[in-house]
Design a protein around this ligand. Structure first.
Ligand SMILES: [Zn+2]
Length: 341
């Protein structure tokens, strides 16, 4: 095991660099190379490695340096707000589990972003900053606020209730979605499917509430539900039939016609009334930051997009779960028919 300081000095001299070229604090390098500081922090080593044009892993390999144990073994995790597993149980209960990632890698460097969605990892309550203990936690133990994004319903029946699902209500939704889809650029394929499915007859029972236990055994209702969940997933940013506040859509409109920028921005400012923002200081006016989506710098804009993306994924994952159920139901029907023959 070579002392880390020796290795740094050797590579530095090979590259003909001064100590001050490795780190803004030259005396820190002198102490490390001289063996006075045997435990430099992971971030210091990372800076040195970058200056030597190598990775931190390459630099610490075969040396006596070890990542501080407290960081590796603290057992702390960061949670992704946008990467989660969703299950719909037999009784309609919806289970959501957010993925967790170790806070520090084996070299003690902090993991900051979710590797699949690029959202910031959540380590602590957004409100009171108390660390999150597990992904099973619903409320913060420090302030009682919800720690993770939440669906707003815990079972499929609650979902039906929240959105007033009834046979009759469904007919009205079909009419509304048909008017929406002619303008929204994001759901053309789905809309075509919807229009096709609309040809089939649906039994209208005015104000009869949907119940999950009945729906899962009714193929046509299940198919309707799946197509609506997918459309909901794609049209969340829609204010009305004519306006979408999805960043891609706003940017697309501008790229089509540069002169349109001002018109699009005036339209964008309407987002404040859509979000029912009345206080001047709460208004979202930074168009460019807004259009960065979850890369936005402003905390409120970031949280807004994270919530929207969460809901997009939520509805899509619910649809996927029900699709599995639908195939299962179809297979069962085929098996039943075969038995009869
Ligand atoms: Zn809290």
């Amino acid at each position: 095991m070579e002392p880390l300081g020796n290795k740094i000095k050797k590579i530095r001299l090979e590259k003909d660099l001064k100590q001050s070229a490795l780190h803004p604090n030259q005396s820190a390098i002198a102490q490390i190379e001289g063996g006075k500081n045997k435990k430099p922090s992971p971030t210091t080593i990372q800076t040195i490695a970058q200056s030597l044009e190598m990775t931190m892993e390459e630099l610490v390999k075969d040396t006596d340096w070890k990542a501080p144990e407290s960081m590796v073994e603290e057992g702390k995790y960061g949670y992704s707000e946008l990467d989660f597993d969703l299950k719909i149980l037999e009784d309609g209960k919806i289970e959501i589990q957010f993925r967790q990632y170790p806070r520090y890698d084996s070299n003690g460097l902090e993991n900051k972003y979710c590797p699949t969605t690029s959202s910031r990892l959540l380590f602590e309550c957004k409100k009171c900053k108390k660390p999150i203990a597990s992904n099973k936690q619903i409320f913060c133990m420090g302030c009682g606020e919800k720690v993770f994004q939440s669906a707003g319903f815990k079972t499929m029946d609650e979902y039906f209730n929240k959105f007033n699902w009834s046979d009759y209500g469904l007919e009205k939704r079909i009419a509304h979605q048909k008017s929406l889809r002619s303008i929204n650029p994001f759901d053309e394929i789905l809309a075509e499917e919807l229009a096709m499915e609309h040809q089939t007859n649906f039994d209208i029972e005015k104000d009869k509430t949907w119940i999950f236990a009945q729906t899962i055994n009714n193929q046509s209702k299940l198919e309707w539900l799946i197509s609506f969940l997918q459309i909901d997933s794609l049209t969340l940013y829609n204010y009305d039939d004519f306006r979408s506040f999805k960043p891609e859509y706003l940017l697309q409109r501008i790229s089509e016609d540069r002169d349109k920028r001002e018109v699009v921005i005036i339209d964008f400012e309407g987002i404040n009334s859509w979000l029912s923002i009345t206080k001047e200081e709460d208004r979202i006016l930074d168009f460019d930051d807004y259009c960065k989506g979850i890369k936005a710098k402003n905390e409120r804009i970031y949280n807004f997009h994270v919530n929207m993306e969460f809901q997009e994924k939520l509805y899509q994952k619910m649809a996927d779960e029900l699709k599995r159920r639908l195939n299962y139901t179809k297979d069962n029907l085929i098996a039943l028919n075969e038995e009869e023959e």
